[in-house]
Design a protein. Sequence first.
Length: 114
Amino acid sequence: MNLSFEQLPEAVTNLTKEVSELKQLLISKEQHSAEQPEKFLTIQQAAAFLSLSVPTIYSKVSKRELPFMKQGKRLYFSLTELTEYLKNGKKKTFAEIEAEAELYLSNNKKSAAL
């Protein structure tokens, strides 16, 4: 989009307004997430959340494959950490791999030209 010199003040005003709105959204989201206390799960709840059996959860805990906390003889699991654990196991699609490869090649062509 090409702007003329005369359109520039209005464009800057609109951009400033949009940035301000984004900032307010981020602040409200941050406050909302700060208001919600972290949720902890028992081993049975964690097993249900991960769709695994309780013995499998015990096995993963003993191998330190799952993030957990221990209080006395009880195990607890952070819902946030379990969600991250699941996300870390995400496999990339062929399209994502191809896009990364193209980006890598285009960046290396620029470096090789220098």
